[in-house]
Design a protein around this ligand. Sequence first.
Ligand SMILES: Cc1ncc(COP(=O)(O)O)c(C=O)c1O
Length: 360
Amino acid sequence: MSRLHSRSWVREAVRIIEADANRSADTHLHVFPLPADWNIDLYLKDESVHPTGSLKHRLARSLFLYGLVNGQIGQDTVLVEASSGSTAVSEAYFARMLGLRFITVVPRSTSPEKIALIEFYGGECHYVDRAPDMYPEAERLASECNGHYLDQFTYAERATDWRGNNNIAESVYAQMQSERHPVPTWIVVGAGTGGTSATFGRYVRYKRHTTKIAVVDPENSSFYGAWETGALDYATGMPSRIEGIGRPRVEPSFVPGVIDEMLQVPDAGSLAAIRLLRERTGHWAGGSTGTNLFGAFTLISRMLAEGQAGSVVTLLCDGGERYANTYYNDEWLAQKSIDIEPYREMYQEFLVSGKFAPSL
Ligand SMILES: Cc1ncc(COP(=O)(O)O)c(C=O)c1O
């Protein structure tokens, strides 16, 4: 794409996106109630309150600004992405704001709720039969229509400013300042692109915090195997059942060097945890938040066993309303042979005794 885009259009586009950020309040940091005498506090950064309902609102904003300042997006650029999830919803929002056409390549199996959400923000869905075909099809589509492939999986770690600039990590530390344990012992996140864990991992090292980063991985995902073996070509070829996290291959934005520990989490554990979250706090979240909570409970039970006080921060990545017909539907769980009962009992036991040792 050689033609230079009008600088005045790009200036106005950047102003419009910055204005959207300026109109948005920061996302909350909720407390998850634990027994006070544990002297350990657990927090959830609520990314579901972003205008487009997930942590991907931040990434979409960064990818648009990155494309604009690189001269890749102009007044008639067709934008293309490979995402059936939260990212496509957020990117459709920003594309509409700039008056640009947005096409996302999605597997034909994508839930009608997700399609409706992408189309609600003016996005178009282009279908492929097999999930792995999304990437080459998005590239083909972008070159066919002289468009720009936003490519979250490649650019997430590059487009996000890890030094600060109100990134998610800077926001968390600012909101922890008045807490009894202001510097978290652990920050627990999942990985889809890997961008969020890269941002937290780089930020804590750049700011010289002692905080450690733990990344949770659902069933069938490639990240754990890659991190454990060091083989970045590690691939399971299997899709994840937890929307937004877990990948059939290791994505370019996954930065294993900033991850202190990885934990594999059974899907039943993730889906039991979001039910617990709703019962205990009223917050309604998606599956990846449950995966985060499982990881947080594992680390908190270890801190308790070692007599370590401190705080743990994790993410509420997106709202549960998107999963009313799946994760919160007992028939859907039965169809998928996902039995959450054993984990529900384990969580009740954990919140009384602090003991949490699920056999993985
Ligand atoms: C709901 C949800 N949770 C977690 C993540 C993981 O975030 P990241 O892509 O930054 O690794 C995603 C990513 O798509 C997501 O949609």
